[in-house]
Ligand binder design. Structure first.
Ligand SMILES: *[C@@H]1O[C@H](CO)[C@@H](O)[C@H](O)[C@H]1NC(C)=O
Length: 334
C-alpha cells in the first residue's frame, strides 16, 4: 500500500517509444518529485495530488484514489495484450504546458466547458471561461494535442503531468449524442453526413426527402448503424459515439483523475484545486434539464428489442466496466 507509481516503456528504442504508463510499482514518487516545477516555486498538480494521497486523505481524494484503483483492476482483468500506441492515438489528449496538465476529452461529457477552462487557464483566451464561444473552444489547434509532439516529448509529458479525463454513463452519453446530433441538432451537419448514410443503408423503401436530408433517423436506426459491422470497417466511429476507452486509452495511459459527468461540479473543482486555480469556476450547465438524462435514455431504450439492447451493451461494455457503471435497470439483458 502506499507506493503507487507508474512508468514503463512500451517499445525498446528509448526516445521513439511511447511510455506505457500503467500500474507498475516503480516510481510515482520520483515521477511526482522529478521536477523542480517552475524552478521549484510551485508544486505541480501531480505533486499536489501525490501529497494529498499521503496526507490523511480528504474524502474527495479518497474517492479519486478508489476510482483509479478500480480502473487499474478492471484494466488488468479485462484487457488482453494490446497493440502499441502511436502518437496519433493521443489526438484527444490536450496539453497545458504551463500547468502540467493532460486532459483527454470525451465529447458529450462537458468537453466544451473543459476546453473553455483550459483556454482560460493557459491564457489563450481572456476572462471568464463562460464567455468563450463554443466554436472557439472547439477550433482545431487552439489547444495543443499530445499527438502533435515527438515520442520523446510525449513521454516527458506523460511522466510529469497530471492526466485526467471525464466520463459519463455510456448509454446516457449515447442518448445525448443521438438527441444532439440527430433528433434536435443545432445544425444539419450530422444529419447530412451520417443521417443520410443511415437511411440509405438501413431503411428499406426510404422516401427521397429522407434519403437526401437524413433528418429523421430513429434511435433504433442509429443503434442498428452502430452495430452494423460495416460501420467500423469503413472508418472509426465518430468521436461523439466512440467509446471513451477507445478515445482515451485508459488502460495504456495512467490517468490520475477520473472525473464523472454525474458529479461534474465536485470533480471539476477537485481538478482545479490540484491546479491551484480554485478561483476559476467551472461553467455550470445552463439549466437543469426538464427530463433527467437517465430518464431520457430509459425512454429511448424502451422501444429497443432485448436483442439489440444486449448487443449494444456488449459494444459499450468496457466503458461500463472500466468506469464502474452498472448496467442500467431498464435494460432487458436476459
Ligand atoms: C462503484 O460503484 C458502486 C455502485 O454505484 C459504488 O458503491 C462504489 O463506491 C463505486 N466504486 C468506486 C471505486 O467508485
Amino acid at each position: 500500500e502506499g507506493r503507487r507509481s507508474w512508468g514503463r516503456r512500451v517499445l525498446g528504442a528509448p526516445d521513439t517509444a511511447l511510455t506505457l504508463l500503467s500500474c507498475v510499482p516503480t516510481a510515482f514518487e520520483s515521477r511526482a518529485l522529478v521536477s523542480s516545477w517552475l524552478g521549484g516555486e510551485k508544486r505541480s498538480p501531480l505533486q499536489v495530488l501525490y501529497d494529498l494521497d499521503r496526507a490523511p486523505r480528504s474524502p474527495l481524494a479518497e474517492v479519486h484514489r478508489q476510482r483509479r484503483d478500480l480502473l487499474r483492476r478492471a484494466c488488468s482483468r479485462h484487457t488482453r495484450r494490446q497493440r502499441l500506441l502511436r502518437p496519433e492515438d493521443l489526438r484527444h489528449v490536450l496539453v497545458d504546458d504551463t500547468h502540467g496538465l493532460l486532459y483527454c476529452y470525451v465529447p458529450k461529457v462537458a468537453c466544451t466547458n473543459w476546453k473553455r477552462v483550459l483556454l482560460a487557464l493557459s491564457g489563450r483566451a481572456r476572462g471568464d471561461p463562460r464567455s468563450i464561444p463554443a466554436h472557439e473552444a472547439h477550433a482545431p489547434g487552439r489547444l495543443p494535442s499530445l499527438a502533435d509532439f515527438s515520442p520523446a516529448e510525449i513521454n516527458r509529458r506523460l511522466r510529469a503531468y497530471l492526466a485526467f479525463l471525464f466520463v459519463r454513463e455510456p448509454f446516457e452519453r449515447l442518448a445525448s449524442a443521438y438527441r444532439n446530433k440527430f433528433a434536435r441538432p443545432y445544425s444539419a451537419t450530422f444529419q447530412r453526413r451520417y443521417g443520410t448514410r443511415i437511411v440509405r443503408r438501413l431503411r428499406p423503401r426510404a422516401d427521397p426527402d429522407a434519403l437526401a436530408r437524413g433528418h429523421d433517423v430513429r434511435f433504433a436506426e442509429f443503434l442498428a448503424y452502430l452495430l452494423d459491422p460495416r460501420t467500423r470497417r469503413d472508418e472509426p466511429f465518430n468521436e461523439h459515439w466512440e467509446r471513451a476507452h477507445a478515445l482515451c486509452h485508459p488502460c495504456r495511459l495512467r490517468y490520475d483523475v477520473v472525473g464523472k459527468f454525474e458529479t461534474l461540479e465536485e470533480d471539476a473543482a477537485f481538478v482545479l484545486g490540484l491546479v491551484g486555480a480554485s478561483g476559476l469556476r467551472f461553467p455550470a450547465p445552463p439549466r437543469p434539464k426538464a427530463v433527467p438524462a437517465r430518464d431520457q435514455a430509459a425512454r429511448l431504450f424502451q422501444d429497443i428489442s432485448p436483442f439489440y439492447q444486449r448487443r449494444l451493451f456488449d459494444l459499450y461494455k468496457m466503458d461500463f466496466l472500466l468506469f464502474n457503471y452498472s448496467a442500467p435497470a431498464y435494460l432487458r439483458l436476459r
